[in-house]
Ligand binder design. Structure first.
Ligand SMILES: [Zn+2]
Length: 374
């Protein structure tokens, strides 16, 4: 029997910016343990130890100079130029092993894509929860991201497929991925994200639609603080999903950032785990192979259960809502779904609704004609 591949290594914990940093690699271990407690590794998923990405392959996504700087950071004097490349900032502090662990994360996404190409594990879905580092640029680290594993996976899929899509449901704009394929009509990028003057990374307006010949192949749905399940899902279904369907990708990289959740400390969208899961379900319903990668998520209890929900959904396994008693963190994570819902004041709700309606209208006007959508 072939089970979907789940790339995982204890070495994932080495991508660690330190105790003060919001990105906590322990969330990967907590997710792994939760899946194990549900027995997912017995009948549902096959765990595979990933390998570091080959530097030659990394150089198809990032500049050689940037990779050389990353590799040389340990060497004497190697750190003098690192700020120029986005390393050593508050968001991306330097740590020993930053290069090696970044290559491991990207390698796991490349291998997940390769599993799809080879039809391994059923060929319908493969997982790398360490991935989803969508803010990494061609020659610069940003937003906790050093190497852009999403782009690496998309390029790997392009070895076989003519049209691939990237779907980003993280609360932040998938700027690095968009930028790397901005002139490429063979890679459709879709991002739904919070948007505001002070909200990272500050890009992702509806007008960013790609440039010739990639014009029409970048889709952005900016949303306001307090956007809830209903508003978020209707924006996704009225603007993004029809384009995704019309593009008819042969494979999809799904970035499963969970920082859209109402309890996330770094953002102000108000989704529930089950609302967010609906979009994952919609992507699965297209029947196209999926490379599912991780992404943001800074509330340890929500990221863990949201990934468990998404992974089980994509693997076609239904899990009981009540977390097994054997799970070490069951006192903090008693159920997978949310049973307490966010309370949103009417005024904020109204603003979020009209902001989303404007984004939907703009995407419909700018991009629907390109895909012959009415
Ligand atoms: Zn994020």
């Amino acid at each position: 029997m072939s089970k979907p591949l789940f790339f995982y290594s204890d070495d994932f914990a080495r991508y660690n910016f330190g105790p003060q940093h919001p990105l906590k690699p322990v969330r990967l271990g907590m997710t792994y343990e939760l899946l194990a407690a549900y027995g997912m590794f017995e009948d549902g998923l096959q765990v595979v130890e990933p390998q570091a990405l080959d530097v030659e392959e990394a150089a198809k996504t990032h500049s050689r100079e940037y990779l050389d700087v990353l590799r040389g950071l340990r060497a004497e004097g190697g750190r003098s130029r690192m700020l120029w490349y986005g390393i050593g900032t508050g968001d991306v502090p330097y740590f020993d092993g930053i290069y090696e662990s970044s290559l491991l994360y990207a390698g796991a996404s490349a291998q997940a894509a390769q599993a799809i190409l080879d039809g391994e594990g059923g060929g319908q879905v493969a997982f790398n929860i360490s991935g989803g580092l969508h803010h990494a640029h061609y020659a610069r680290a940003a937003g906790f991201c050093v190497l852009n594993d999403c782009a690496v996976a998309l390029r790997r899929l392009r070895r076989k497929y003519d049209r691939v899509a990237y779907v980003d449901i993280d609360v932040h704009h998938g700027d690095g991925v968009q930028e790397l394929f901005y002139d490429d009509p063979t890679v459709l990028t879709i991002s739904l994200h919070g948007y505001g003057r002070t909200f990272f990374p500050g890009t992702g307006s509806t007008g960013e639609i790609g440039v010739w010949p990639g014009e029409g192949y970048s889709v952005n749905l900016p949303l306001a603080a307090y956007t809830d399940d209903k508003v978020w899902l209707s924006a996704w279904r009225e603007a993004a999903l029809p384009i995704l369907r019309a593009f008819a990708p042969q494979a999809i990289v799904l970035q499963m950032g969970t920082d859209t959740h109402f309890l996330d400390p770094l953002a102000h969208l108000c989704l529930t785990a089950q609302g967010w899961l609906e979009a994952v379900r919609d992507v699965k319903s297209l029947g196209v192979p999926i490379v599912a990668v991780g992404g943001g998520g800074y509330n340890l209890t929500t990221v863990t259960r949201m990934w468990a929900l998404a992974i089980s959904e994509l693997a076609g396994i239904s899990l009981p809502d009540a977390v097994p008693v054997s799970y070490r963190h069951r006192d903090r994570i008693p159920t997978l779904r949310d049973h307490e819902l966010p309370r949103i004041p009417d005024a904020e709700m109204g603003m979020a609704r009209s902001f989303a309606a404007k984004s939907v209208r703009e995407v419909n006007e700018l991009l629907f004609p390109h895909f012959n959508l009415g």
